[in-house]
Unconditional design. Structure first.
Length: 286
């Protein structure tokens, strides 16, 4: 059990881990990949969390800016009233999408209009229209159970609660999205590892089967993920990350297949020696 739990770490420095991998069932290989993804997701999550500076100052500044440009919004009985129903645009930065209020509007809100005007959210009297790209707009009706007046003062008074809510949302969103990021990395790395292993196999020519190479590549993902983790954690901009990963795979592949070749040669010599000894014993008996 301990050997399995330490296998992602051993795959970094111990070539015997790859030799053992060629003898494992695909069920165990799949279990290793699941464990690797979970283990790496936790490591990446904790590492990035520790490295990321506090979001409080940024969120505090952003919410304050939002409060300064937010009109008086009255939500009551499923309807919204803002700026006496007149057209108003809210935008923190000229390059950022707009939030538009036109609560007296009776005409439909068109996706082309929102896209042309760089509008992310268009609020009418009874609906909130959210532009999701590709000409698609999601329409959300106003909850008739909400009765609230939102003002600049209201936002500033509740700023601390808003910051905590946003941080909690980001925390859980980041936590649940991390495994999917690691799965994507793993797929890309597996393809690179297989290409590197195939090239090494062409030159070294071991007796490894196709599925042996697949098993080896699954384990080679571990050191590459460690490299990517180091790149993320250090304050340096390292270019050509995928190319470096390919070089890592080429290095590991050459070392692994060279060792397999030596073991195969040693095994062949041992078997040949045993055959000679058995033949000699038979001749002596005759």
């Amino acid at each position: 059990m301990t050997d399995f739990l330490l296998s992602p770490i051993k795959a970094i420095y111990n070539l015997d881990t790859y030799i053992k991998a060629t003898k494992q069932s695909f069920g165990r290989i799949l279990l290793f990949l699941i464990y690797l993804i979970v283990f790496t997701s936790i490591v990446f999550f904790v590492g990035i969390l520790v490295r990321t500076p506090s979001l409080d100052p940024l969120l505090d500044e952003t919410i304050t800016q939002i409060a300064e440009v937010t009109p008086v919004i009255e939500i009551k009985d499923g309807t919204i009233k803002a700026n006496d129903g007149e057209y108003i645009e809210v935008q923190l930065d000229p390059e950022m999408p707009k939030v538009v209020f036109e609560t007296n509007r009776t005409e439909p809100v068109y996706p082309t209009q929102m896209e042309k005007n760089n509008t992310a959210i268009f609020v009418t009297g009874e609906k909130i229209h959210i532009f999701s790209g590709g000409g698609n707009v999601k329409t959300v009706p106003v909850n008739n159970k909400i009765n609230q007046t939102i003002t600049k003062e209201y936002i500033l008074e509740n700023k601390a609660d808003m910051i905590e809510t946003i941080k909690t949302f980001l925390f859980w969103g980041f936590l649940f999205s991390m495994p999917f990021v690691i799965i994507f990395f793993s797929i890309v790395l597996f393809v690179l590892a297989f290409a590197a292993a195939a090239i090494s196999q062409m030159f070294i020519r071991t007796e490894s089967s196709f599925w042996d190479i697949v098993r080896i590549c699954c384990y080679m993902i571990a050191p590459a993920l460690l490299f990517i983790f180091i790149v993320i954690m250090i304050p340096l901009n390292i270019p050509l990350i995928w190319l470096i990963c390919f070089v890592i795979f080429m290095t590991y592949s050459n070392l692994i297949f060279t060792k397999i070749k030596l073991l195969d040669t040693k095994k062949s010599r041992t078997e040949k020696k045993k055959e000679i000894e058995e033949k000699t014993e038979e001749d002596d008996e005759d």
